[in-house]
Write a protein that binds this ligand. Structure first.
Ligand SMILES: Nc1ncnc2c1ncn2[C@@H]1O[C@H](COP(=O)(O)OP(=O)(O)OP(=O)(O)O)[C@@H](O)[C@H]1O
Ligand SMILES: Cc1ncc(CO)c(N)n1
Length: 274
């Protein structure tokens, strides 16, 4: 069997729970080969004011060109892109390729609200990148910002947000309800059918990288040729297992364990059309 290739265009995260490192670990665990293009280095520490190092555009462009030299990328995800200029570069490059499966994780904030997207980049994200996406995977605050301030406080609000976000032009929308109370519910919508994914909530603060790894797992599954519904369900199982076996960190919330799915097997996730 040919080894499928998945690619991530995202920021590096020093603790490796989130960002490029999380993506690469996820690709490896799910059996696809991973390519990376690093847009920024996120190395925040409580004792340091600024730990975000944005990479020059020519460095990012060089990585994109190298990754796609053989024109054999099966699926690609974007994570932290930070600026209008980087989003434009990635969007223009994507339009020049024949990549079929494009997962856009519209990363805007770190776990505790540090900005990972420039305030003037939102419009470019919405008009240049998202229309090229096969699926977008916003969490609740990201969905709210993409929808110009629409509040999300319930599962019904997640459903409304999924419907409204379809207007931005992706083929599928996955709105993640990680910040709601109760079970961990996400909504998948294809413009026609709507699905609810539900996993038991795990009582932990160590969920760093859950979102990045979720979109990376969807990318890996799409690279293997899985249909979207199955790709999202497998990805949810992957991320739920990772949260369950979290890796605590001393002075800050720790991260998910990317090995968990392979080591301990899958967890119960309900997937129903609603
Ligand atoms: N405590 C938890 N127990 C079980 N599942 C959770 C928990 N917290 C989040 N999830 C699930 O993890 C996935 C990621 O969701 P979340 O909304 O936290 O994304 P995110 O904010 O983008 O994550 P991050 O910023 O940490 O990368 C979703 O499927 C969500 O339902
Ligand atoms: C580099 C990077 N990407 C994404 C996130 C969001 O979790 C983060 N904290 N850091």
């Amino acid at each position: 069997m040919t080894l499928r290739k998945a690619c991530t265009v995202a920021g590096a995260a020093a603790r490796s729970g989130a960002g490029i490192q999380a993506d690469l670990k996820t690709f490896q665990e799910l059996g696809v080969y991973g390519f990376t293009a690093i847009t920024a280095i996120n190395a925040k520490h409580p004792s340091k004011e600024q730990g975000l190092f944005i990479q020059p555009l020519d460095a990012i462009e060089a990585q994109l060109l190298i990754m796609n030299e053989q024109n054999d990328i099966d699926a690609l995800k974007t994570g932290m892109l930070f600026s209008k200029e980087i989003i434009e570069l990635v969007a223009n490059w994507l339009a020049s390729t024949s990549i079929q499966n494009i997962v856009v994780d519209p990363v805007m904030f770190g776990k505790f609200g540090s900005p990972l997207l420039d305030f003037d980049a939102m419009e470019t994200l919405k008009t240049k990148l998202i229309p090229q996406a096969t699926i977008i995977t916003p969490n609740m605050p990201e969905a709210t910002y993409l929808l110009g301030g629409q509040k999300i406080n319930s599962i019904e609000d997640l459903q409304d947000a999924a419907r409204d976000l379809m207007q931005l032009g992706s083929k599928y929308v996955l709105v993640k309800g990680g910040r709601l109370q109760g079970p961990a519910v996400d909504i998948l919508y294809d413009g026609n059918k709507m699905y609810k994914l539900e996993a038991p909530r795990i009582d932990t603060i160590h969920t760093n990288g859950a979102g990045c790894s979720y979109s990376a797992a969807i990318t890996a599954e799409l690279a293997k040729g899985k249909p979207m519904e199955e790709a999202v369900l497998n990805a949810k199982k992957f991320v739920t297992a990772g949260i369950k076996r979290f890796i605590p960190f001393e002075y800050a919330p720790g991260m998910i364990d990317h090995r968990a799915y392979k080591v301990y097997g899958e967890d119960e996730v309900q997937f129903n059309e609603i």
